[in-house]
Design a protein. Structure first.
Length: 464
């Protein structure tokens, strides 16, 4: 019986028949109530990493097991679609004739549809009321202009004195509890992505207590095939934005993503984990949390422009942003230093001048808050240029440290200081761009401050 107020009555009727046929197949294969395949891999990994034994109940895992069951039914050489094959052809014809959302063309939508039904049901028996409830969810999905997704990113080794930090309405850093860790693990393996079962190794289990960055993003419902690209850009923008907020950032890797119910499976391509390394060097206390919140919005907006390669972004600022972003995945100290120095040169350099002296002087004048700090910045920046020159001309390599004014500084500490100066410089040029002050105007203010020893103009303009 077709629901009277169904917006897509033919679709409603076909889905009803489809679900009844599929539930019959499931009953014949798994019984009723169903005995789904089970897995305790999360519990094994959790216990190994936490060095303690705990016995977990796993109520959420049913969705993962349902997805595995559905995958086996559609892909199995033993169990064929049988009577569902003509229904699929009829469904395809309906979609083409009615111009209904293209996801209905194949099982990429029907798997999430049936999975949603089975998530709400304990049995493989058809229930009219439950089917109408799930159909309504799908109907609402079909009429939406945008679809909401969430991305979870690992913050390797990050320590925090707080459990949650809201950076914006769409972004927050949070400490995982047991339920959240299990939920992310299920997302990262196969629970929401049945097509990935045969092609992806099991992901390391998140551990309760780990810190993650959660990002909420929107995808145009008519362009869900672009969802993986949107998610990829979001992950890069978040990683760059967090780096721009505070020096000493560590690995920021996508772990899992999820969407609202009934998003087709072709939009649900799990994030690919990279090969970068390094733990966060700082701990988020209340003071740092305040700074991260202060800088996040502008940093994320700038990072998004870099990721989208916006043509309106001033070329010097774009070069600096891309070089800083490119340094994030670098392993060696040498490569990072070269990126940092190129970024500084893009912002503070001019053609045909002694950059090894002029740029450190401009940097120190621009960001130094007092004479002693300006001397320190100048010496560190000058040493970075000397080291860069030796590296690119093949006459040196990163050793155990760098000597600045007679003091030996470990390479990691030296790079951290250079990174911090570059971040402050980029922030100032971001503000200058927002205030319609171009690079030449900023450099003019710096040079006048150097000559006159009067910082009034430099400190009073919007760029500062």
């Amino acid at each position: 019986m077709v629901q009277k107020d169904a917006k897509f009555p033919e679709l409603y009727a076909l889905e009803r028949i489809f679900l009844e046929e599929l539930l019959s197949l499931l009953r014949s294969r798994f019984g009723d109530p169903p005995q789904w395949p089970t897995s305790d891999f999360f519990d094994i990994q959790y216990n190994e990493r936490s060095a303690q034994y705990r016995s977990f109940s796993n109520p959420v895992a049913r969705r993962a097991n349902v997805a595995l069951a559905l995958y086996s039914i559609w892909r199995s050489e033993v169990v064929s679609l049988g009577s569902l094959e003509p229904l699929m052809r009829e469904l395809r014809s309906l979609v083409e004739a009615k111009k209904i959302y293209a996801a209905f063309l194949d099982t990429s939508f029907l798997i999430p549809f049936v999975n949603q039904y089975l998530t709400l049901s304990q049995r493989c028996t058809f229930d009219e009321g439950l089917f109408e409830k799930v159909y309504k969810i799908g109907e609402e999905f079909l009429t939406k202009q945008t679809v909401t997704g969430k991305l979870y990113m690992e913050l390797m080794g990050l320590r925090a004195d707080i459990d949650e930090l809201v950076l914006s309405p769409q972004h927050r850093i949070l400490r995982l509890d047991e339920g959240a860790a299990r939920h992310i693990w299920i997302l990262a393996t196969s629970g929401e992505f049945p097509q990935s079962v045969l092609f992806r190794p099991a992901a390391p289990a998140p551990i309760p207590g780990d810190m993650v960055l959660e990002a909420t993003f929107q995808v145009d419902s008519s362009k869900l095939n672009e969802a993986p690209l949107v998610r990829y850009r979001e992950s890069i923008a978040c990683a760059l934005a967090l780096r721009l907020c505070e020096p000493g950032g560590g690995r920021i890797e996508p772990m899992a993503e999820e969407y609202e119910p009934l998003v087709p499976s072709y939009a649900r391509q799990q994030p690919v984990r990279g090969s970068t390394s390094g733990a966060f060097l700082y701990t988020i206390d209340t003071h740092l949390a305040s700074r991260l919140g202060q800088y996040w919005s502008a940093s994320y907006a700038f990072a998004s422009e870099i990721v989208r390669d916006e043509t309106t972004l001033p070329i010097p600022l774009k070069i600096a942003g891309k070089r800083f972003a490119g340094s994030i995945g670098k392993w060696g100290h040498e490569d990072k230093l070269i990126d940092y120095v190129i970024a500084e040169e893009a912002l503070l350099g001019k053609d045909n001048e002694a950059i090894a002296y002029r740029i450190p002087l401009r940097l120190a004048t621009l960001i130094g808050n007092n004479p002693d700090e300006r001397v320190r910045i100048f010496n560190i920046a000058k040493k970075s240029y000397e080291s860069r020159s030796r590296l690119v001309h093949g006459s040196g390599q990163a050793g155990s440290g760098v000597k600045v004014n007679g003091s030996q500084i470990p390479w990691a500490d030296f790079l951290l200081e250079v990174e911090g100066y570059l971040i402050r410089c980029i922030r100032i040029f971001m503000k200058a761009r927002d205030g319609s002050i171009n690079k030449d105007a900023v450099l003019g203010m710096i040079d006048r401050a150097i000559v006159s020893q009067d910082r009034t103009e430099l400190e009073g303009r919007p760029c500062q």
